[in-house]
Design a protein around this ligand. Sequence first.
Ligand code: EPU
Length: 333
Amino acid sequence: MNILQNISLKKYNTFGINVNAKRFVEINSTPELKGILAQEKDIFLLGGGSNMLLTSDIEKLVVHLNLKGIIVNETENDSVFVTAEAGENWHDFVIWCISQNYGGLENLSLIPGNVGTSPIQNIGAYGVEIKDTFHQLEAIDIATGNKSVFNKDDCNFGYRNSVFKNELKGKYIITNVTFKLTKNNHKTNISYGAIKEVLKDIIKPTLKDISDAVIAIRESKLPDPEKIGNSGSFFKNPIINIDLFKKLQQKYPNIPHYVISSAEIKIPAGWLIEQCDFKGKRFGETGVHEKQALVLVNYGNATGQEIFQLAKKIQQTVLEKFAIPLEIEVNVI
Ligand code: EPU
């Protein structure tokens, strides 16, 4: 294994932040990973770099996980188990599944990042989360170098959340993920308003039709990280109590919302941020995306600190105007 010195991480994070790794190693196999863990435990793990904001140089050894491969494990009548290695690009994996007519991930087309990090935040879009098709994952315990298998219950999935963001944060390296997908009789989900609208003229949409619709919707709202650095939704959509919601609804009768339970309502953070007049505003090299206020962007040379300062300003303004704290969804490092 070749440990490189002073490597820029700009091309390794979708925000395109130019910080340096003092030492950097590319890992292409599980034995290599175990080898590096035998030498060094205090590492910084880098997957697709799609859910992180880097605010300073990284002093720890940066381990870039590049495990590749897809295996169709075992088949049942209508379903199939598909295992993808952690370093597979998420969107390429989704498109490969669609090409094999394996259903379940089509709504998650075009989400940046790699397969290995997808369970950490239980990635989701357009009415589907990976927990819906997740079967199990394998991970290496950083402390011991031993492999563990986590099933769905072990992962404790929630909205943009899992055990790997909480109790087990920084303790395991996910090496592969297995999904249970449909082979026939696909149980597609096109209930999300924007998808329904795009597919309204198609009587029985195929997996590819749904994927194409999702791609079109995402491309119309979300910036392509290859062109404008970003990390998708910067904040979580906050869940507020019904009393606060009723007060807000009196003042803003058209406030968009999703009912979670009789006591809790989820509000799109993008709407709150737009109401605070941040949408489309540019502050030097950083700003709030013009078509989706939940997305902070790097116009080219922003530092992580600049983006973090903007995030704090947004949080403070939303808190003052709506009494709603916004929680940052990306990992600030
Ligand atoms: N809205 C605004 N202004 C904006 C953006 C949104 O008013 O600038 C309002 C609109 O009323 C819209 C509603 O918010 O109808 C919801 O917007 P959208 O459908 O774009 O979804 P979102 O709640 O902003 C969430 C996820 C996205 C995911 C979409 C679609 C979170 C934090 N974000 O965004 O996930 O793609 O739903 O399912 O839950 C990501 O996590 O990186 C991500 C992009």
